[in-house]
Design a protein around this ligand. Structure first.
Ligand SMILES: NC(=O)c1ccc[n+]([C@@H]2O[C@H](COP(=O)([O-])OP(=O)(O)OC[C@H]3O[C@@H](n4cnc5c(N)ncnc54)[C@H](O)[C@@H]3O)[C@@H](O)[C@H]2O)c1
Length: 399
């Protein structure tokens, strides 16, 4: 079985992939520049929450087929090198293309002829061809493939076993080698040329982001006219398959959806009106919720509690979570803001009981299962429609 090194191997994409490949029989080294994460993984401990991963990590390490290191020399000894490092946008929402370029180029001394380089990070379209050309000029002679990751964070191990894999390659040989690699996970492979595979990944995330924005916009329209979006949503999706994909309203945060929508906008020379409108709706939601509450009560006297600070429910990741944007807005408006989250260790957070005891008004920030049956005595702003609604005291219009 081909020996594999995963660059960025202790991250949210690299680590589950490494575990899955090792447990499918591959010999995997996780190379990462984050020493604490590497130490944790080497000791058999997951550095973040992935459901079902603790036992699978222990199995992979125990089999001797998975190891973690901060040594980039681990790249040279591998037949396959998979890259899963982050590909963020900058403060102007422009993709940091050069950062990815630089990261790959800094590893140049460790590549050797004959390796298969698989890009698994979500890259700016054209990046695969750009790297292919760069390696053609600078050597060594590599096969290059782009095979996007499509897991939902937190459910990676389940989904890596279930989802089809999109594969693309710089040549028939590269494509074939990528297919052999991913056949370890699934027989269900979908082939595309590299640019189309890059766009496929961005289209998928962008489509989801825009859909969330549609629901959030409709939520705000319903709210403006004192109609209940959750009730309308339940009614129109009831036994009506054409609207099966109509999401509920909620915060569309996290490290991927906005970022990838902006990558696509950047690729299309900043002309992506529907994506940019989606950003305005989704990023504006916390502020719109607070404005609505302000019409019903004087927040300056209130302690507001935010339940859940992760970017989504049952997750410990706070990257680009809109609950933090909500906290910032509420901090300017309220006497006090308290935050709680069972999955995120933050000394400024309080236990759930304290948040419930102190709060005059409550905002749901993330739909953790721990909140599912809560019946707070205070008014609750629950854009997700997650708490049992019948029991909640309603907000009343001022005057
Ligand atoms: N998080 C997801 O659910 C998800 C899903 C699909 C695709 N993606 C894409 O996958 C990529 C990675 O995302 P992530 O969430 O895993 O990020 P992450 O920050 O969790 O993981 C990246 C890892 O790379 C390491 N790293 C950074 N630079 C490095 C370098 N030069 N050499 C070695 N290691 C390095 C970091 O220490 C980190 O552990 C992004 O392009 C993202 O858009 C993410």
């Amino acid at each position: 079985m081909a020996s594999t090194t995963i660059v960025g191997g202790c991250g949210h994409v690299g680590l589950p992939l490494g575990i899955a490949l090792a447990n499918a029989g591959a010999d995997v080294t996780l190379y990462d520049t984050h020493p604490e994460r590497v130490d944790e993984v080497a000791a058999g401990k997951m550095p973040f929450l992935e459901w079902g991963a603790d036992s699978e990590l222990a199995r992979a390490i125990g089999s001797g087929r998975l190891r973690a290191t901060t040594d980039p020399a681990s790249i040279s000894s591998a037949e396959v090198v998979i890259v899963t490092i982050g590909t963020p946008v900058d403060e102007f929402l422009d993709p940091k293309v050069r950062m990815f370029d630089r990261a790959i180029r800094s590893l140049h001394p460790h590549f050797r002829a004959g390796q298969l380089l698989v890009l698994r990070s979500t890259v700016f379209p054209g990046m695969t061809d750009r790297l292919i050309n760069w390696f053609r000029q600078e050597g060594p002679a590599l096969d290059v493939a782009f095979c996007p990751e499509r897991i939902a964070q937190g459910y990676a191990l389940k989904e890596l076993a279930e989802l089809p894999q999109i594969v693309s390659g710089s040549s028939p040989a590269a494509l074939n080698r990528a297919k052999v690699l991913f056949q370890l996970l699934t027989p269900d492979l979908v082939e595309l040329p590299p640019l189309e595979a890059e766009l496929a990944k961005l289209f998928a995330n962008t489509f989801r982001y825009i859909n969330f924005a549609v629901s959030n916009q409709l939520y705000l329209i319903a709210q403006k006219f004192d109609a209940d979006f959750g009730r309308i949503h339940a009614a129109v999706t009831h036994k009506y398959p054409r609207l099966a994909g109509f999401p509920k309203a909620g915060f569309a945060g996290g490290p991927c959806l906005l970022k990838d929508t902006m990558q696509l906008a950047g690729f299309n020379h900043n002309s992506f009106p529907i994506g940019q409108a989606a950003m305005m709706v989704n990023e504006g939601l916390p502020s719109a919720l607070v404005e609505r509450v302000k019409a019903t009560r004087d927040l300056s006297r209130d302690c507001a509690a935010i339940l859940g600070m992760a970017f989504k429910g049952n997750c410990d990741d706070h990257r680009d979570s809109l609950a933090y944007k909500l906290r910032k807005i509420l901090t300017l408006e309220c006497r006090e803001v308290v935050c709680t989250d069972p999955y995120i260790a933050d000394p400024s957070f309080v236990p759930l009981e304290v948040a419930l005891a102190k709060a005059d008004v409550i905002f749901v920030g993330a739909c953790h299962n721990e909140y599912r049956t809560l019946r707070p005595r205070q008014p609750v702003i629950d854009v997700f429609d997650f708490l049992p609604k019948a029991a909640l005291p309603a907000l009343r219009k001022a005057g």
